[in-house]
Design a protein around this ligand. Structure first.
Ligand code: ATP
Ligand code: MG
Ligand code: ZN
Length: 269
């Protein structure tokens, strides 16, 4: 059967033979009596198999690209040696019952954080004495966000962040502060470690903290703060606006004061 096409030549439906041996229905253009441009060139089964191979190659290409991004982001996170091995699974409960209950709550919140990422509390504060595991859990979360979710994360001590933001002032580097601010505003997760009133030679740090946090909150980018401060100290550092948002959008995780560094030996068993 031949039918005229719009181009004026004739189109024919014929039986084609696939390289796999199958015969199948093929359309071809007839030009001066000869069949040209026969389509499809393969039987349906071969076409399907080819499409599947291409999809598998594409999936593999994407997986390789994603693994490379994760590896680069993990390298960028620059985990210090003290925290390269830490994880949620390596977090142990220790001390008296009240201490263990607090640690269990902190661990549960941390586990939920990883599972729910990125639908997490937009601002979270880890509060507790020295050696209580704030850094341990904060680094574990940052690593998990990168390696389990492929997100970007940055962990920085408050003193370092302020020194970094103030550097352009000293060196009169024009747009430097904006560029540096961006580096703290854009990561999917930011941890600001060791937030304290005296983080920067006793100078007020509130404006810098606000510059970073306000923008992150506006973009709903999760941030975790860690501190040794009391509630009064936290209120002083954050100021009423941030404190209000902390209470409204996340919360305070209390680590208590049972230090892992000075735990009784039986607690390691
Ligand atoms: N519950 C825990 N289980 C296992 N290791 C812990 C636990 N808590 C803390 N550690 C380990 O003890 C060390 C000190 O903990 P971490 O750095 O988390 O303290 P911190 O709360 O950040 O204290 P600081 O306020 O002094 O910075 C780390 O090596 C950490 O991995
Ligand atoms: Mg710490
Ligand atoms: Zn075939």
């Amino acid at each position: 059967m031949t039918v005229p096409t719009r181009a004026g030549s004739d189109e024919t439906v014929r039986s084609g033979s696939c390289p796999c041996g199958a015969t199948f229905e093929q359309r071809a253009l007839l030009f001066e009596g000869r069949a040209l441009f026969a389509t499809p060139s393969r039987c349906p089964a071969c076409l399907r198999a080819q499409a599947e191979r291409e999809e598998a190659r594409e999936r593999e290409r994407r997986a390789v690209a994603e693994a490379a991004t994760r590896a680069a982001r993990l390298a960028e996170l620059a985990v210090p040696p003290l925290y390269t091995e830490v994880s949620l699974d390596a977090f142990r409960l220790h001390g008296d019952r009240a201490a263990q209950a607090r640690q269990a709550t902190a661990l549960r919140i941390a586990r939920r954080y990883v599972a729910a990422w990125p639908q997490v509390e937009v601002l979270l504060l880890f509060q507790g004495g020295p050696g209580t595991g704030k850094g341990h859990l904060a680094w574990s979360l940052a690593k998990a966000v990168v390696s389990e979710h492929g997100g970007s994360a940055r962990v920085v001590k408050l003193a370092r962040l302020i020194r970094d933001l103030r550097e352009p002032w000293r060196s009169k580097e024009g747009a430097g502060e904006e560029r540096r601010l961006r580096a703290y505003r854009v990561p999917d997760l930011l941890v600001i470690d060791e937030v304290s009133r005296h983080a920067f030679y006793g100078q007020s740090v509130q404006q810098h903290l606000y510059d970073v946090l306000d923008d992150r909150l506006e973009h709903q980018r999760p941030t975790i703060l860690t501190t040794n401060e009391t509630d009064a100290g936290i209120a002083e550092i954050l100021g009423p606006a941030l404190l209000d948002r902390l209470q409204g959008s996340g919360g305070v995780v209390r680590f208590g004061d049972a230090s892992w560094r000075t735990r009784p030996l039986e607690a390691t068993a």
